[in-house]
Design a protein around this ligand. Structure first.
Ligand SMILES: C[S@@+](CC[C@H](N)C(=O)[O-])C[C@H]1O[C@@H](n2cnc3c(N)ncnc32)[C@H](O)[C@@H]1O
Length: 456
């Protein structure tokens, strides 16, 4: 049941369109997945896709799937071949226009839908800082970064305020996918519906003002900031952006092309909003196949002064001794040299992106690609490394068909008999990497992480 006050507000906002809007709540909800370009291409995947797919118009790799498909249960999900994501939620990261080599911040990033989408566009080059304020959600974000085989992301668990003390005009692009009252998700999320109140809308709006102010200070002059919410509440949409522009004359709204079904922002819904608010974007469920969303694409004007600063300068590489075990493993098992800065957290070895700033003073969950751990006399490769590698990157590969009993047994943690040279094997499913196995004496020992095993 929708809150009465919410319905009244929507009626006032939408007028004649209200009927179509409210009827959209009876439509079947749209489900979608986004292919991971780090792992596959649409041409390759669609040839063998085990689901019925239809393109999401505004997302390069987005596809609706049918209500009888269960992509979350397929081994391709564990292999990070796609990310299941609400279709409207795919729009903000598209408008960020992330490019390889850039420095990008995703400030409110968990569980990682948009971070993983941005990473796909960066193709492993540049620096992606994915931040989440809530520790438990930051952990899920970090797991999704791993599953999708992302090599150039750092995951932090910080407040926007503390991050803004660390980074001044540092990032080329920032996404603020703000915490909001979630009205656009009422159809999918009953809790958001039950917790709704006007007081919460006001609180969210105040919190968004603060988050946006911190984001503004971290963006380079000339940079792009995309702001998004999944609510209809004007106070959190046109309102947040109007208030922001009043506080920050160094920003302007960019005019961008809208996909079919997207609507303009409405200046009449916010107090004293400038006419340019029309160039922000509304997604309504009665006008397109997706839930309610809002986004604004902002540009920080050039001022010719380069102030880019990160506290503590650049991250320093660890001593050669600590890297040796990994290098010996790589020499024996990999065909690929990874580029980056080697760093250690205890006995855990990571390869941070080339341009990694000093991370001291920040709560870091994942400082780049986790390569593995230094054990007494050997190196043990990590699950993250397996997911970031392709069959051609390793010496030994063992493929298990995605519809086979064997892949299900592997994901359950079972070892299996196999022929071949002794050593580490990248286990793949239909050619997509999914984990490690270690072959000795005709037995492939299972190295699929215990925490991810399931009873299928
Ligand atoms: C809309 S969700 C982000 C969804 C995510 N971008 C994705 O695509 O998967 C907003 C996030 O902001 C976080 N958050 C809550 N309060 C916050 C605050 N004061 N500052 C920054 N982030 C906050 C929430 O924990 C939540 O994970």
């Amino acid at each position: 049941m929708l809150p009465q006050e919410f319905e009244t507000r929507m009626k006032q906002m939408l007028g004649a369109e209200y009927e179509a809007f409210i009827q959209s709540y009876d439509k079947e909800k749209q489900q979608a997945l986004r292919l991971n370009p780090l792992k596959t291409t649409a041409a390759e995947f669609l040839k063998q896709a085990p689901f019925t797919l239809r393109k999401v118009p505004w997302a390069e790799e987005g596809y609706y799937y049918s209500s009888t498909d269960t992509p979350g249960k397929h081994p391709y999900h564990d292999a990070g071949v796609y990310y299941i994501q609400e279709p409207s939620a795919m729009a903000p990261a598209e408008y960020l226009e992330a490019m390889p080599g850039e420095k990008i911040l995703d400030l409110c990033a968990a569980p990682g839908g948009k971070s993983t989408q941005i990473a796909g566009k960066m193709n492993g080059e540049g620096l992606l800082l994915c931040n989440e304020i809530h520790p438990a959600r930051a952990k899920i974000l970090s797991e999704n970064i791993e599953r999708m085989g992302i090599v150039n992301a750092i995951v932090t668990n910080e407040t926007p305020e503390h991050l803004a003390e660390h980074f001044v005009e540092y990032f080329d692009k920032i996404l603020v996918d703000a915490p909001c009252s979630g009205e656009g998700m009422f159809r999918k999320n009953e809790i958001a519906c039950m917790e709704w109140s006007m007081e919460n809308v006001q609180n969210c709006a105040m919190r968004q003002d603060k988050i946006l102010d911190h984001a503004a200070g971290m963006l380079k002059a000339g940079g792009r900031l995309v702001y998004s919410t999944c609510t209809f509440a004007p106070e959190e949409n046109e309102g947040s952006i109007s208030r922001f522009l009043n506080r920050h004359s160094e920003f302007e709204i960019l005019t961008v092309e809208k996909a079919e079904g997207m609507s303009e922002g409405n200046p009449d819904w916010a107090l004293d909003a400038a006419e340019e608010i029309r160039h922000t974007i509304r997604l309504f469920p009665h006008k397109l196949d997706g839930e309610g969303h809002y986004l604004a694409i902002l540009h920080k004007k050039e001022d010719g002064i380069g102030r880019a600063y990160a506290k503590g300068g650049m991250e320093r590489e660890i001593t050669k001794d600590l890297i040796k075990p990994y290098l010996a493993f790589a020499e024996e098992n990999l065909n690929k040299q990874q580029e980056g800065v080697y760093i250690a957290f205890g006995d855990q070895i990571y390869l941070a992106p080339v341009q990694t700033p000093a991370l001291k003073g920040l709560k870091v969950l994942r400082p780049g690609l986790h390569l593995g751990s230094n054990k007494k006399n050997r190196f043990e490769p990590s699950h993250a490394l397996a997911l970031a590698l392709k069959p051609e990157d390793v010496r030994h590969v063992y493929d298990l068909a995605s519809d086979s009993h064997e892949i299900r047994a592997y994901l359950n943690g079972q070892s299996f008999t196999a022929e071949g040279e002794k050593g580490w094997y990248l286990i793949t499913t239909d050619g997509y990497s999914i984990g490690w196995g270690k072959l000795a004496g005709g037995m492939m020992k299972n190295h699929y992480p215990k925490g991810l095993r399931k009873n299928m």
